[in-house]
Write a protein that binds this ligand. Structure first.
Ligand SMILES: O=C(O)CCC(=O)C(=O)O
Length: 304
């Protein structure tokens, strides 16, 4: 079961109102939309229940076993990230069309949407940091996405707290436009393909932003969903706890804001711009949590 009431109004007990709002395609309340526009993100607790989280965890673990270039690894060889996860697994493809993600994305972006990029981020104990960045920086400069209109959706598969390297973000930073600089750190601990396309944010810029806006840790229990403007400045530090921190990311753009460059492989940047259509709310758990009978879109990454 998906707890759509949290999407509609966390404090509401009016299930019928939730259903009506969902049917109308506007599951977020005015207050949630306002907070998203002001802060740059909102957190929706209890969107996915334990069974659904279990399905997502199993799917992510299987996909991280892939040998291909879409999987990034820590220095010790342990897989930590898979780009384009929805291209490789029907359960993860279903997640991108789950109404709990798709309907808020449509509402916030005001149009039909497609997945520009998805990824599994398995924040391993003692693994890499994620340097400060804006997802839109690379999407714009490399993938040719014209405008800063898009959403980064994070689905927490593990509990995320202050102790296991949560996502850190600068509230309001999306209002600054692009603040990242096109400098490449050759010593970046990240996967080679990512470093190549990295647009980092200088210490001076970061100090200025944090001085004006502050810096927050985004936490929540497994099953929570974060909706974040893709221009928000964010990153994460090393996870020195023994606690795994698995988060699935789905970045969507409105269909009138598609990438134009085709420079990167499909697992980094979309080739399929067809408007996503929602699946039923139980799409992750029907068939007993086995890969659902849905169209995954494409069987694998295409050459750029
Ligand atoms: O999950 C994290 O630690 C950060 C991931 C991130 O910033 C990204 O994938 O854009």
């Amino acid at each position: 079961m998906s707890n759509m009431s949290n999407l509609s109004n966390p404090s509401s007990t009016a299930t019928t109102a939730t259903t009506a709002a969902t049917a109308a395609g506007s599951p977020l309340t005015h207050a949630q939309v306002r907070d998203y526009r002001d802060q740059g993100w909102i957190v929706l607790p209890d969107v996915f229940d334990r069974a659904e989280v279990g399905v997502l965890a199993a799917a992510a673990e299987e996909v991280l076993d892939r040998p291909g270039p879409e999987v990034g690894r820590e220095r010790n060889g342990v897989a930590s990230i898979c780009w384009g996860m929805h291209l490789f697994d029907e359960r993860l493809a279903a997640l991108t069309r789950h109404p709990a993600l798709l309907l808020p994305a449509r509402q916030l972006l005001g149009n039909d949407v497609f997945v520009h990029q998805s990824r599994i981020n398995m924040k391993q104990p003692n693994g890499s940091v994620v340097a400060w960045h804006q997802d839109f920086g690379t999407y714009h400069r490399v993938d040719g996405v014209p405008e800063p209109r898009g959403i980064m959706i994070a689905v927490f598969v593990d509990d995320v707290s202050v102790v296991n390297a949560p996502l850190l973000a600068v509230p309001g930073s999306h209002r600054e436009g692009l603040v990242s600089t096109a400098g490449i750190d050759p010593d970046s601990p990240d996967h080679e393909n990512v470093s190549t396309y990295r647009y980092d944010i200088t210490d001076e810029t970061m100090a200025d932003l944090v001085g004006r806006y502050g810096l927050e840790a985004i936490t929540g229990d497994a099953g929570s969903v974060v909706l974040m403007d893709m221009t928000v400045v964010h990153g994460s530090s090393i996870n020195i706890s023994p606690l795994r921190r698995l988060v699935l990311y789905v970045n969507m753009c409105p269909v009138d804001n598609r990438g134009l460059s085709y420079e990167r492989p499909e697992y980094f940047a979309a080739r399929d711009f067809a408007p996503l259509q929602p699946l039923p709310p139980d799409c992750l758990i029907r068939d007993g949590g086995q890969p659902a009978a849905v169209d995954p879109g494409r069987p694998g990454p295409a050459e750029p």
